[in-house]
Ligand binder design. Structure first.
Ligand SMILES: [Zn+2]
Length: 205
């Protein structure tokens, strides 16, 4: 196990709330207990941005959901949990996403996507203790994270960070009103040096 890395309390809290939203209260309880996170049942981290939660616990919660549904079923559930995570963060802690007060009605779709991805990247570095950057290619954006809770999860034979896939899908949907096929194309838990998410510039028709 790598040395622990800290993240804001609110991020872990919102992940737990999103798990509860998608799996129900009893499902969330079962998952927390089986993931070695029983101390958080009825006792979520506070809704503040103190760096007192850990990447290891954030990863353990995702892993527990994966173990609960099995790797195939977990993919859809974790993506839904990611979508709920984005919506809750937007409501409860918009500053974490860097999206507080953004008004972009007049901007074209591409500019909206870029603005939201830029802001998420900035906030990831500044507030969430991630190490993220954005790369743009003619047909897609690549959101790259050099630190990820999946570093604290068991090795996977395929990319495993579907919560972040869901967050990015929902963020793009929120920004544009359209659906995008976001994919994690490289993953730390799969042996890569960074988790890399591809966000195509064209939505799904
Ligand atoms: Zn990953």
């Amino acid at each position: 196990m790598p040395e622990d890395r800290l993240m804001p309390n609110a991020n872990l809290r919102i992940l737990f709330e999103a798990i509860e939203e998608v799996m129900g209260e009893n499902g969330a309880k079962a998952v927390l207990k089986s993931g070695g996170l029983g101390r958080f049942v009825g006792n979520y981290p506070p809704n503040n941005t103190e760096l007192e939660a850990t990447f290891a616990d954030y990863g353990a919660a995702q892993q527990a959901v994966e173990d609960f549904y099995g790797p195939r079923g977990a993919r859809a559930m974790l993506t839904r949990i990611g979508r709920a995570t984005f919506q809750r963060t937007l409501k409860e802690r918009p500053a974490i996403l860097g999206l507080a007060g953004i008004a972009f009605k007049a901007l074209p779709m591409g500019a909206r996507m870029k603005l939201v991805l830029d802001n998420i990247t900035k906030a990831a570095n500044k507030d969430v203790n991630l190490r993220a950057y954005l790369r743009e290619e003619p047909d897609a954006y690549y959101y790259v994270n050099e630190e990820c809770p999946c570093r604290w999860r068991p090795k996977h034979d395929k990319p495993a960070c579907f919560v972040t896939v869901g967050v990015l899908q929902e963020a793009m949907g929120w920004a544009t009103g359209k659906n995008f096929r976001v994919e994690e194309v490289a993953c730390i838990s799969n042996g890569a040096s960074a988790c890399v998410y591809r966000i195509p510039k064209k939505p799904i028709e």
